[in-house]
Design a protein around this ligand. Structure first.
Ligand SMILES: Cc1cc2nc3c(=O)[nH]c(=O)nc-3n(C[C@H](O)[C@H](O)[C@H](O)COP(=O)(O)O)c2cc1C
Length: 358
């Protein structure tokens, strides 16, 4: 009887340290392969029917790298890279369900193993520090949640008017700052404090996403790029002077932030996460963290009647250059522009260009 062999469609080959590794990203298995096995996989990928299964074929079947049954494929219209990450980060540790007490022990052991790694220090840079005034909450307290939620919208029309250092201080503190002070609840129960609490939630309370500020027009702060130091509630200067054309270049030509008072890049410090959560599934969580922080910041800015524009489209390398970060272990995720302006979602400049085309 003829036996058709099918290649597992969820594998890729990696050349590392002089070895060929086959990575089955769906079943989370990796094997070092000898050349004859690689050749056989390539052959099977072209379609193979055999009378008898050889030792090599049987080894490949046992390793689930090939099958005698066809695989069911789902629709996926992005590239292989995204598919590998998407499927390769599903069903991590999802198979075994422990009893509650065993699960707690397992989790405590995990925390114990990694506790040395945590020093619970916040990110700080050396450099000129700009002290921020004490935040004032009258405006945030005076607006209703519903009113602010309804008012938030993406606009693309800033008018170049400045905001004040007091407004900047309150928006940064309420969006990214340590609004609760020390997290006593956990330490009082004898747990080590490995994270912190802000107005947005964060996976494992690690808060790997930091705010880097592009000051364009803020009364009391010179134009430049800064890191927001949450421990000291101050700005640390990274780069002097920044122009709208610099920002436009970083934002791939999107000129919608022209006239904003402030740009905020949400930047991931991945090392904070991979110390605790070693699987790359946690990469997704960092983006989810950034989404929460962004929305909190947009709502705070809206409470002040500032306009906001956001963008996930930018040139990572250019932004990293301005922020003096590597772009790899510390990398930009999201941009928020805020300032005074009107409610237009289509800026006048774009309207004019469209009119001239007619
Ligand atoms: C993840 C994300 C990425 C975005 N990227 C861009 C962008 O690159 N350029 C842009 O003009 N708007 C961008 N936006 C804004 C959306 O276009 C906007 O949120 C959407 O039109 C809905 O409008 P609203 O925010 O007023 O509800 C982005 C929004 C999100 C949440």
């Amino acid at each position: 009887m003829d036996i058709k062999l099918y290649l597992n469609p969820f594998v890729f080959l990696l050349i590392k340290d002089g070895e060929i590794v086959v990575w089955d990203y769906k079943n989370h298995n990796q094997y070092e392969l000898e050349e004859e096995y690689v050749k056989r996989l390539i052959r099977i990928s072209k379609g193979v029917t055999v009378k008898n299964v050889t030792k090599i074929d049987q080894d490949l079947i046992n390793a689930e790298l090939i099958s005698t049954k066809p695989y069911i494929l789902q629709k996926w219209e992005w590239d292989e890279l995204s598919k590998i990450y998407h499927i390769g980060t599903q069903d991590i540790d999802g198979g075994v369900l422990l009893e509650d007490d065993k699960w707690v022990n397992w989790y405590l052991e995990l925390c114990d193993e990694i506790k040395e790694e945590f020093n619970n220090k916040h990110i700080e840079y050396n450099g000129k520090e700009i002290k921020l005034p004490k935040p004032k909450f009258e405006i945030l307290e005076s607006r209703s949640m519903w009113d602010v939620e309804k008012s938030r919208m993406t606009t693309r029309s800033f008018n170049g008017l400045p905001i004040t250092i007091e407004e900047l201080s309150t928006i940064l503190f309420s969006s990214f700052g340590l609004i609760h002070g020390d997290w006593k609840e956990l330490t009082d129960m004898g747990f080590q404090q490995t994270g912190c609490r802000k107005s947005s939630p964060s996976g494992g309370a690690l808060h790997p996403v930091e705010a880097y500020i592009f000051v364009m027009n803020v009364k009391g702060v010179s134009s430049g790029t800064y890191h927001y130091n949450i421990a000291k509630h101050c700005l640390t200067l990274i780069n002097k002077q920044i122009s709208y054309s610099d920002l436009k270049e970083m934002l791939c030509g999107q000129f919608f932030m022209e006239g904003c008072a402030l740009g905020i890049f949400l930047v991931a410090h991945y090392d904070k996460v991979w110390k605790k959560y070693s699987h790359s599934r946690s990469y997704k969580d960092v983006y989810l963290d950034a989404g929460h922080l962004s929305q909190t910041c947009l709502l705070n800015a809206t409470a002040y009647n500032f306009r906001t524009w956001i963008s996930a489209w930018f040139n990572d390398t250019k932004v990293s250059h301005y922020l003096k970060i590597s772009g790899i272990d510390v990398a930009p995720l999201f941009f928020i522009a805020l300032g005074h302006g009107d409610k237009k979602i289509i800026p006048q400049k774009l309207e004019n260009i469209l009119k001239n085309k007619k």
